[in-house]
Ligand binder design. Structure first.
Ligand code: CP
Length: 306
C-alpha cells in the first residue's frame, strides 16, 4: 500500500509518472472503473485543497465522503485515529487528511490499512501542493535541472516551502530562500538572498502566504512589508523575461505581492489551482492502485484490488 505523506515518499519515477497521469486527467482520460469511496477529512480550513480533491474524485468516478469536524463526533472527543478507523470500517478506500498537527499521520500508520494522502500537516509538509507546483513548473520549462527557484516569505512556518525545497533540490534545481530574518529556517540548508537579488536571478519565484495562524508576528505595516520583502511592481519589472510567479494561495494581496501582479502575464497562480485538480486525480489513482508496483491496470483506467 502506498501513502503520500511527504515528498520523500515519491521516487523521481513516481513523479514523472504522476505528471503523465495528470496529462491524461487533463485530457479526460483517467478514471477508476470500480466503485471506491474517498473520505476528505479536513481539520483545518481549506478552499483549494478540499475543493480540488472533491472535483478530482468526481472526475475519476469516485464516491466522495464529506466530513466537517464541527459537525462530527470529534466534538464528542473522538480521536483522529478512531475517526479514520471509523471511515475505514464504513468502507472508505482512501482518506485525504489535513490537520494542524505536524506528523499527525504517525499515530495512524500502524492501525490504518487504507492509503492516506496528506492534505497538509501543520508546518510539516503539503505534498499535493508541491506536486501541483512541480507540474506547473514542468509544463512551463519541461525540466528542473539547473532552474533557479527562489522561495520567498514566511519560510519558517510554511509546509509548502519545506516540501518544495526538498524535492526541487532533489530534482536538480538551484533552490534559494528570501524573507525576513525572524522567519528564516536554519534547519533547511539553503542560502538566503535579499529580495532585490532574488527577483533578478530566479526562473521561478515561489511566493508564500504569511502563516498568521501559526505565529504571533502580526504585520501592522503591510506596505512596509511589501516594499522590504514582497513582490512590488518595480521588482517584477526586473525579473527575467521568461520567469514565472507562483503562490499556493490564498494570497494576502498587497502584502506578499502587489495586488496587480496576482493576475499578471507571468503569474501562474490560477493555473496552479487548475493543475491541482489534475495532479490530485493522479495522486488518488496512484494510491488506490497501490503505487508503482502494480502497473498492469493503469493505461487509462484503474481497477481496485480491494
Ligand atoms: N494552497 C492551499 O493549500 O490552499 P487551501 O488552504 O485553500 O487548501
Amino acid at each position: 500500500m502506498k501513502h503520500i505523506l511527504r515528498m520523500s515518499d515519491l521516487t523521481n519515477e513516481d513523479l514523472y509518472r504522476l505528471f503523465d497521469q495528470a496529462d491524461k486527467a487533463k485530457d479526460n482520460n483517467l478514471h477508476v472503473n470500480q466503485q471506491a469511496f474517498v473520505a476528505n477529512l479536513f481539520f483545518e480550513p481549506s478552499t483549494r485543497t478540499k475543493t480540488s480533491f472533491e472535483v478530482a474524485e468526481k472526475k475519476l468516478g469516485l464516491e466522495t465522503l464529506d466530513f466537517t469536524s464541527e459537525s462530527s463526533s470529534v466534538q464528542k472527543g473522538e480521536s483522529l485515529y478512531d475517526t479514520v478507523r471509523t471511515f475505514e470500517a464504513l468502507g472508505a478506500n482512501a482518506v485525504v487528511i489535513r490537520h494542524e498537527k505536524e506528523n499527525y499521520y504517525n499515530e495512524l500508520l500502524e492501525g490504518v490499512s487504507i492509503p492516506i494522502i496528506n492534505g497538509g500537516d501543520g508546518k510539516g509538509e503539503h505534498p499535493t501542493q508541491s506536486l501541483l507546483d512541480l507540474y506547473t513548473i514542468y509544463k512551463e520549462y519541461g525540466y528542473f535541472e539547473g532552474l533557479t527557484v527562489v522561495i520567498a516569505g514566511d519560510i519558517k512556518h510554511s509546509r509548502v516551502a519545506r516540501s518544495n525545497a526538498y524535492i526541487l533540490d532533489r530534482l536538480g534545481a538551484n533552490v534559494s530562500f528570501t524573507g525576513p530574518e525572524s522567519w528564516q529556517d536554519k534547519s533547511l540548508a539553503f542560502p538566503y538572498l535579499p529580495m532585490d537579488e532574488a527577483v533578478e536571478q530566479c526562473d521561478v519565484l515561489m511566493m508564500l502566504r504569511i502563516q498568521e495562524e501559526r505565529h504571533q508576528d502580526r504585520i501592522n505595516n503591510k506596505q512596509g512589508y511589501l516594499e522590504q520583502f514582497g513582490l512590488t511592481l518595480e521588482r517584477e519589472k526586473r525579473m527575467k523575461p521568461r520567469s514565472i510567479i507562483l503562490h499556493p494561495a490564498p494570497v494576502n494581496r498587497g502584502v506578499e505581492i502587489a495586488s496587480e501582479l496576482v493576475e499578471c502575464s507571468r503569474s501562474r497562480i490560477f493555473q496552479q489551482m487548475t493543475n491541482g485538480v489534475y495532479v490530485r486525480m493522479a495522486a488518488l489513482e496512484h494510491v488506490l492502485r497501490g503505487g508503482t508496483e502494480d502497473e498492469k491496470t493503469t493505461e487509462t483506467s484503474t481497477h481496485l484490488s480491494r
